[in-house]
Ligand binder design. Structure first.
Ligand SMILES: Nc1ncnc2c1ncn2[C@@H]1O[C@H](COP(=O)(O)OP(=O)(O)OP(=O)(O)O)[C@@H](O)[C@H]1O
Length: 255
């Protein structure tokens, strides 16, 4: 059985259909890139995987169960803009990431000291040990984003959700973040879903590239139909020869 199963999900806000008939499966450890036009529901899909929202219809299963609503336990998320706590030091930010696993949401006494030691190990691994006592605002964009990823990973999520995580970075920093993410992934074997607007990045990092698009369009009511997965490219071997067109018939034969 697949690790992640998405079965026929629809998400509608009021009368607006955002995504419809989305079906996909992913194995544990797969890296799935997601691309598509602005506003077609890619972030909505990530929020559904995160269980921040329930789908209007359909079912999502992660490791055989409905995803739990609590953040940080089995899924971590990183957004385009550095989603770290500005009032905490770099080290405290990492401790906070791990404390999601604590029943009280924070650590006390010896548990706190141990968490700080583990945080220092993480900071060494992500190359931020020399700024452990600084506040995020004093770091560069790439460093803040590394901290955000480090924070998400300390909760040891089995699934990492990335919403345009490198969109705000300059090209050089972006490339070093790619290396960083590829190393972490090789180390942890985690499953990754990454939304990006950069096709090259999608194919470089992903094992697969899903394309979200609206195959049906009503000019009198643009909100009537939502987006779905129209292509599922295998990106491991150059992609194109292995593409799966999932939605080629709908435009020709509208329902
Ligand atoms: N809670 C909500 N209530 C109503 N509409 C919403 C809600 N969340 C998202 N939308 C709408 O759903 C549509 C899809 O948004 P979403 O952010 O998922 O798109 P996206 O593909 O990630 O876009 P982008 O690439 O620009 O980030 C947008 O038009 C947005 O305004």
């Amino acid at each position: 059985m697949s690790f992640v199963t998405v079965q026929n999900i629809f998400q509608t806000y009021g009368r607006r259909s955002i995504i419809e008939r989305v079906n996909m499966e992913a194995d544990e450890g797969e890296f799935v890139s997601i691309v598509g036009a602005s506003g077609c529901g890619k972030s909505t899909f990530l929020r559904l995987l995160l269980a921040q929202e329930r789908p209007t219809r359909g079912e999502i299963r992660i490791a055989g169960a409905e995803p739990a609503r609590e953040p940080g336990l089995d899924r971590g998320i990183v957004f385009q803009r550095y989603s770290v706590f500005p009032h905490m030091t770099v080290r405290e930010n990492i401790v906070a990431g791990e404390s999601f696993r604590s029943p009280w949401g924070r650590f006390f006494g010896a548990a706190r000291t141990e968490a700080q030691t583990r945080a220092d190990e993480t900071l060494t691994r992500i190359g931020l040990d020399h700024v452990a006592d600084q506040y995020p605002a004093t770091l560069s964009g790439g460093m803040q984003q590394r901290l955000a990823i480090g924070q998400a990973l300390t909760a040891k999520p089995r699934v990492l959700l990335l919403d345009e995580p490198f969109g705000a970075l300059d090209p050089g920093t972006r490339l070093s973040m790619h290396d960083f993410l590829q190393d972490l992934r090789a180390e942890t074997g985690m499953t990754v879903f990454m939304v990006t607007h950069d096709l090259e990045e999608a194919f470089k990092l992903g094992d697969r590239v899903l394309v979200f698009d609206k195959p049906r369009w009503d000019p009198h009511d643009p909100n009537l139909y939502g987006a779905t997965i129209t292509y599922d490219f295998d990106a491991r071997d150059g992609g194109i020869p292995f593409q799966t067109i999932k939605e080629d018939t709908h435009v020709l034969h509208p329902a």
